[in-house]
Design a protein around this ligand. Structure first.
Ligand code: EPZ
Length: 421
């Protein structure tokens, strides 16, 4: 059954919202359980579609899994098959995260090539090149990556030509079981990569340089790991999304269960735009701005401004008192939300990777279409300030990465409901 969100705009927000566990931390952690020699429990798991899709993929491989009340217990000891089939992988490109662990554990695997998606071609060449450097042979057959390393993967030095989050995570998991020492250069430093390092380190894998661009991993020579239970870190992208919701409605709201350090680039940017904060150990209160100032944004790898909050900021910039320039440096097509916002009355000019966003725009509610996960959340923000009612269709994109979105926004006072098409 298809649903849409109906949002009546011009409603101030108030109160506080609990941030869920990070989808982009939960996914690599769940993939890493393929390296485990025992059953383990992962808590603070967001009950979003992408997590459920990966659990289904792991079950198809033979794992025993259970998800309830944000807790996953999983036992991958029974996993015998090393083939991640197309009809699940096509639903979620992060399934590629099973490639590294399956190859390291079984010495062979077949993982469907993830399709591209709305925001870009999303190649995996850097994942494959690194595995080849570790001694694997990689073939592409009928849309599948067929990887072989019958004598195990070998530790070596790998320099990533580009910073890649899931590429770093895949190779990190492969290196944990490799024969010998692997040095990774130019590895991603996102908090989700750091948590994966900590997960492996807790299991006895020696990893140096955690949180830096250079990691040294001593492999277990194929020995499965004694992984320990873990609590998933808060979702910094969801936190940024709700801060933008408070900002665009110029309301005082509090986000709870956050790690302020993980969203420093976002709070700094909002400060430049005239907002202020009360920041505590695991909560942040946004204080309204006297005037919302325009701001230029350039997305970059962590700790820079996250590409996953670019669309949300663009919605906010339509309400700033002036013109803002947004440069999307990571993905070639991450402006799909622009045409939908334009239909709501936004004035945004695109030139290559750069968007010029006129401020002081009075947005008008309209029927709009979600195109990808983060663009969809940006349309929710635009709807909160638009005059009249906005109906957002194809919200299955939203359900991939936001837990109980309409429940959380309703609790903040938004006039939002999920209806059947
Ligand atoms: C991760 O995607 C996130 N997904 C994305 O979040 C996020 O937008 C992205 O990192 C950037 O931060 C997960 O963690 C599951 P990349 P990933 O590999 O790993 C190029 C969301 O909304 N590249 O860091 O796929 C690539 O084309 C999602 O939750 C290669 O050229 O991103 C891009 O331009 C969307 N070759 C850049 O690197 C490769 O082999 C960064 O991509 C790999 C990547």
């Amino acid at each position: 059954m298809l649903h849409y969100l109906s949002i009546k705009g011009k409603q101030k927000l108030k109160g506080s919202v609990c941030i869920s566990g990070a989808k982009n931390a939960a996914l690599p952690l769940l993939a890493a359980t393929l390296l485990s020699k025992n059953e383990i429990t992962l808590s603070n798991i967001p009950e979003v579609v992408d997590v459920k899709t990966l659990l289904k993929l792991l079950e198809n491989l033979g794992a025993k899994t259970n998800l309830e009340k944000n807790i996953v217990t999983i036992n991958t000891v029974p996993v015998k098959s090393a083939c991640a089939n197309y009809d699940i992988v096509r639903k979620m490109r992060a399934s590629i995260l099973t490639l590294g662990p399956l190859l390291a554990r079984f010495g062979h695997c077949e993982v469907s090539m993830p399709g591209g998606c709305a925001i870009g071609q999303r190649p995996i060449d850097l994942h494959l090149k690194a595995l080849e450097q570790m001694g694997a042979t990689i073939e592409l057959k009928q849309g599948y990556v067929v990887a072989k390393a019958p004598d195990g993967l070998k530790g070596t030095t790998i320099i990533f030509d580009k910073v890649t989050v899931t590429g770093s995570e895949n190779i990190l998991m492969a290196a944990a079981l490799a024969h010998g020492v692997t040095k990774l250069v130019n590895v991603a430093k996102e908090p989700e990569v750091v948590q994966l390092c900590e997960f492996l380190k807790e299991a006895g894998v020696s990893i140096d340089g955690i949180g830096t661009s250079n990691l040294t991993i001593v492999g277990s020579y194929g020995e499965l790991l004694d992984l320990k239970d873990i609590k998933v870190i808060p979702d910094r992208i969801e936190a940024g999304t709700y801060l933008c919701a408070g900002a665009i409605t110029n309301s005082k709201i509090t986000i709870v269960n956050v790690i302020p350090k993980h969203i420093e680039s976002i709070t700094l940017k909002l400060k430049q735009m005239g907002f202020n904060f009360n920041i505590n150990e695991n909560s942040i209160t946004l204080l309204p701005a006297l005037e919302i100032k325009p701001s230029d944004i350039e997305t970059s790898e962590y700790p820079g401004f996250p590409t996953d909050v670019q669309a949300q900021f663009m919605a906010l910039c339509t309400q700033a008192n002036g013109t803002s320039i947004i440069d999307e440096k990571l993905f070639e097509n991450r402006f799909m939300h622009v045409s939908e916002m334009t239909r709501m009355g936004a004035n945004i000019k695109l030139k290559g990777h750069s968007a010029t966003v006129e401020g002081n725009m009075d947005l008008i509610g309209a029927d709009v279409m979600a195109t990808d996960l983060r663009a969809s959340s940006a349309l929710v923000l635009a709807a909160l300030v638009a005059k009249g009612t906005t109906r957002i269709h194809r919200i299955y994109h939203l359900d991939r990465g936001y837990e109980n979105l309409e429940g959380k926004f309703s609790a903040l006072g938004a006039n939002i409901e999920r209806l059947e098409e």
